[in-house]
Design a protein around this ligand. Structure first.
Ligand SMILES: C[S@@+](CC[C@H](N)C(=O)[O-])C[C@H]1O[C@@H](n2cnc3c(N)ncnc32)[C@H](O)[C@@H]1O
Length: 213
């Protein structure tokens, strides 16, 4: 079973695709039957979402979300991932975008090295389906948010069709994906994590979610 800490090729291949919006959109349509405009739209309006607060991007991957980050927001932004390859790509990306000050942390989402309530916004794009225990990951994200803090993200979910479910099973077999739930599972995991104002919209096999602590 592949592990993201060592899956160098997977990391580079995935990150190259998602960083190039046109490729990412084509991949989203072909693999998941989803229109990823909403994902790219979300990260492009990070300036507005950040609203002066402290942000945690978990898992940050190669830093695809940095493109919407205003320069002055970089010092309030922590990019966390398990993979050293992804973190190196994220650091290079921050350099290219002229965003000094972002904090880079190698850690697991199931043991976030932060005290309770110290972030205003948690971003989690295309990570949950890669984790062995998504409810435990969401509980950690909820823990580090201040009361009233927001969580936003995307995840691949089951239940949109045989083709997508087959791709999910193949990704699980290769170790790239962990436990993958349905959109309904995701709603219930968010509620179990103690979050409210939960929104989960599915487009093909991609769920766009938001919640508040
Ligand atoms: C599909 S990528 C998504 C990354 C990024 N958010 C994006 O949209 O491009 C999944 C990421 O999850 C990371 N990851 C996997 N398991 C993890 C864990 N337990 N804790 C933190 N990151 C993890 C991987 O290293 C990888 O960068």
């Amino acid at each position: 079973m592949a592990d993201w800490r060592h899956a160098r090729l997977t990391a580079v291949f995935y990150d190259f695709g998602v960083e190039h919006e046109r490729l990412g959109r084509i991949g989203g349509r072909l693999l998941w039957g989803a229109d990823l405009s909403r994902f790219y739209g979300d990260i492009h309006r990070l300036r507005e979402l950040a609203n002066g607060g402290r942000m945690l991007d978990v898992p940050c991957g190669g830093g695809v979300a940095f493109r919407g980050l205003p320069k002055e927001g970089a010092r309030r932004y922590v990019a966390l991932d398990l993979s050293p390859v992804m973190l190196r790509r994220a650091q290079a990306n921050a350099g290219r975008l002229g965003l000094p000050g972002i904090g880079f942390v190698q850690a697991s989402v199931t043991a976030l090295p932060y005290r309770e309530g110290c972030f205003d916004l948690c971003l989690s794009y295309f990570g949950l389906h890669c984790f062995a225990d998504p409810p435990a990951a969401l509980a950690e994200m909820a823990r580090i948010l201040r009361p009233g803090g927001r969580l936003r993200g995307t995840a691949v979910v089951r239940g949109s069709g045989l083709r997508q479910d087959t791709v999910i099973s193949l990704c699980q077999r290769s170790g790239i994906f962990g436990a993958v739930g349905t959109a309904e599972d995701l709603s219930s995991w968010l509620a179990t994590a103690g979050l409210d104002e939960i929104g989960v919209d599915r487009d093909g096999a991609v769920a766009f979610f938001s919640a508040r602590r």
